[in-house]
Write a protein that binds this ligand. Structure first.
Ligand code: ADP
Ligand code: MG
Length: 690
């Protein structure tokens, strides 16, 4: 029996109504109930002496009522004073029946469970659970620690406890162990059934802090298998791609050579190496799935353009997709500038295009007259038909996940031939993490910046010295340089951000009458944004005040000064990405981090990290330490795997073993792969079942 497909309604006491509510907790199957881990535990296994109670504890105590009284202080309430010889405690009831009041009388003995708080007359419990012990058998203590599950309105803790207990009793034996015993032994991890029993019913004295922090072997065991399932699923995709066919791109590289000789620079060794890796993939006749990682400014675009020319020379079309209109426009300008002189026709397609212009673009793409289409996601809308798409290039990949990658590839499919895919990202990620997140991809790294780049000199200055900063801008701009002034989101409101930016632009305009100051923000029409960016690029604007709308990839080499306001509020990677827009030209570049004093410990560490290093990978490593991968990579963004139990940062020590074991299973126990993947990635989540 497969408990992964056994609905919760097969548990006693779960009707359609409760099942509906359980769905809100993500509990659809019996297995979901078993994988729904407690948040914390209560110790009801022993009775504590009242003398040892501290505020905040949840405890079982036993004692005798010494006093019971209804008081009217503010609110009518029943107060009982209970004592056990070691100390005493007040019980406070705001709601009580006449019968309760009669029962809770002086001289009765009872057992209590509740949270200890500090009350007006010493320690107290509000509405504790209670049970009389004088006229019955002594109350039975719990054998195990009591789990407290994540719950939701209408689903009581008690029902969740009952369900988990029932699921364990009925189905635990039917759970198949999917990991080889030798592996478990080596990692010192328990079996799945041992792990599940422990997390739901930990015996007294289990170190519950370890459980809650996910450091207990039982939780690690579950996390390990979950990470393994994700990894296997991605790996399987990659293996599958090697059996699929794609057009083999075997041209002599004539167009590419023409482009390279016309460039005002030579490719760096890193660019050349990565380009060779790409060209090698393209020759194989299987769809390339390659990720190119390269810090901001490492020169990914020209590499992408060279790769495109390979496909185009073979008579295939190329689609270049960017996450925003602004970046799409920039790519369109770059690609047109490089490729049109070679006789390659480039067409743009983004959301802002409509009517006749859009029809025209669609026609060029559909007829094959356009060799290369550059745009936003609009490129992959329903009605866009390519004549013969051979290569898809996706820039700034961190906004795309595995599902999007797959969907794109399917969209470009012709018969059983799929296009090649090249994905470019400026978000550096530590190696082990990248190997897990992108296990379906081959990874290339451009680990060298073009020569002559001077590292950006970074300083942190308190906002009180704003006037100094303004005169610095005046000096730089009158000397022919250009500058950015970034006003990041400080309230959770786009309107406020916009107001701040507008005010700032106005103030700077007044303070710097000799300079041309312009404002760019997210609410502007694409055409307006484009005009301003173009003017800035031509050098007609000295100082560009921007909300966070200026995108990661914007490239204006003459801009060599950047002021970031409220820098203390931004994350490390975000600051690094922002700063990456300067230091692209020959001039000495400066980044000023304006902060509101006083700085928190964390903010101080972030600003220090930025001053000390400009290496994107080092920044990513520190960011990860400070914040965790969810925030660094944007968990809530499309494409990040959603784990039930595992946590990429917390469990990162497991990743190398997960990766090794995945390789071993795929090689030697291929039959075990499917059950593991199916256990953890249900239905739509299973990568590749599109
Ligand atoms: P990113 O990797 O951030 O996308 P870009 O592709 O925008 O970087 O390149 C940044 C700038 O560096 C561009 O102006 C580009 O023309 C320039 N560039 C790229 N490669 C080289 C090189 N090998 N030598 C000098 N400049 C280069
Ligand atoms: Mg770029």
């Amino acid at each position: 029996m497969d408990i992964a497909s056994l609905p919760v309604t097969s548990l006693k006491g779960v009707g359609p109504k409760l099942a509906e509510k359980l769905k809100r907790l993500g509990l659809h199957t019996v297995q979901d109930v078993l994988f729904h881990l407690p948040l914390r535990y209560q110790d009801r296994t022993r009775v504590l002496p009242m003398g040892g109670l501290r505020p905040g504890m949840e405890a079982v105590v036993e004692g005798e009522i010494e006093l019971a009284d209804v008081v009217f202080r503010g609110r009518r309430s029943l107060i009982c004073r209970v004592s056990d010889g070691t100390g005493h405690l007040h019980l406070r009831f705001f709601y009580f029946s006449a019968a309760q009041q009669a029962n809770l009388a002086r001289g009765r003995r009872l057992r209590l469970f509740g949270e200890v708080r500090f009350g007006p007359a010493g320690l107290e419990m509000i509405h504790p659970e209670y049970e009389f012990t004088d006229d019955t058998q002594p109350a039975k203590a719990e054998e195990n620690l009591t789990p407290v599950y994540p719950a939701t309105t209408g689903v009581h803790q008690l029902s969740l406890r009952k369900l988990a207990r029932q699921a364990l009793e009925k189905y635990l034996e039917k759970i198949e162990e999917l990991l080889p015993p030798a592996v478990l032994q080596e990692l010192r991890l328990p079996t799945l059934t041992e792990a599940l029993t422990l997390v739901h019913q930990p015996p007294p004295h289990t170190p519950v802090e370890l459980l809650a922090q996910g450091k207990h072997p039982a939780v690690l065991r579950l996390a390990f298998e979950e990470l393994l399932a994700h990894h296997l699923s991605l790996k399987r995709l990659r293996t599958r791609a090697q059996t699929e066919s794609a057009p083999a791109i075997t041209g002599a590289g004539r167009l590419m050579q023409q482009l390279l000789v016309q460039l005002p620079f030579q490719l760096t060794r890193a660019q050349q190496r990565v380009l060779d890796e790409i060209l090698h993939d393209l020759r194989q006749g299987h769809p390339m799935q390659r990720l190119v990682q390269g810090d901001v400014g490492s020169g990914k675009t020209i590499v992408a353009a060279c790769a495109s020319l390979g496909a185009i020379e073979s008579g295939l079309q190329v689609a270049v997709m960017a996450p925003t209109e602004l970046l799409a426009d920039q790519h369109l300008r770059n690609f047109s500038g490089w490729l049109e002189p070679l006789g390659v026709s480039v067409v743009g397609l983004s959301g802002k295009l409509n009517g006749r212009a859009r029809q025209g673009a669609l026609e060029k793409i559909g007829s094959g007259r356009a060799a290369i289409a550059v745009g936003t996601q609009a490129l992959f809308q329903e009605d866009v038909e390519f004549a013969d798409l051979g290569l898809i290039i996706v820039d700034e990949q961190h906004r795309f996940g595995v599902h999007q990658r797959l969907a794109l590839r399917e969209k470009g499919r012709r018969g059983d031939r799929r296009p090649h895919q090249l994905i470019m990202t400026a978000t550096p990620i530590p190696r082990t993490l990248a190997q897990s997140l992108y296990a379906d991809l081959d990874v290339s790294v451009i680990d060298e910046l073009p020569p002559g780049r001077k590292p950006v000199e970074t300083v942190a200055i308190p906002a009180a010295r704003r006037a100094d900063v303004v005169s610095r801008i005046r000096d730089a701009c009158t000397a022919g340089r250009q500058a950015y002034w970034v006003c990041p989101l400080i309230e959770e409101s786009e309107t406020l951000e916009l107001e701040t930016a507008t005010d700032t632009a106005q103030a700077l305009h007044e303070a710097l009458p000799e300079l041309k100051v312009a404002l760019i923000h997210g609410r502007m029409k694409p055409l307006e944004k484009e005009k301003i960016m173009a003017a800035f690029k031509r050098g007609e604007i000295h100082l560009l005040v921007a909300t966070t709308v200026i995108e990661v990839g914007v490239d204006v080499p003459n801009a060599s000064l950047m002021i970031i306001e409220n820098a203390e509020r931004l994350g490390l990677s975000q600051l690094h990405q922002l700063r990456g827009r300067i230091g692209r030209g020959q001039a000495e570049s400066h980044c000023v981090l304006l902060y509101q004093a006083p700085l928190s410990e964390m903010a101080r560490a972030r600003l220090a990290a930025l001053r000390e290093t400009s290496d994107g990978f080092e920044i990513a490593r520190r960011d990860l330490e400070m914040r965790g991968p969810g925030e660094v990579l944007g968990t809530r963004q499309a494409g990040m795997p959603q784990f039930h139990i595992a946590d990429l940062l917390r469990d990162r020590a497991l990743l190398p073993r997960v990766q090794q074991l995945a390789d071993l299973l795929l090689r030697e126990y291929p039959e075990s792969v499917d059950p593991i993947v199916r256990r953890w990635l249900s239905g739509a989540e299973t990568y590749g079942n599109v």
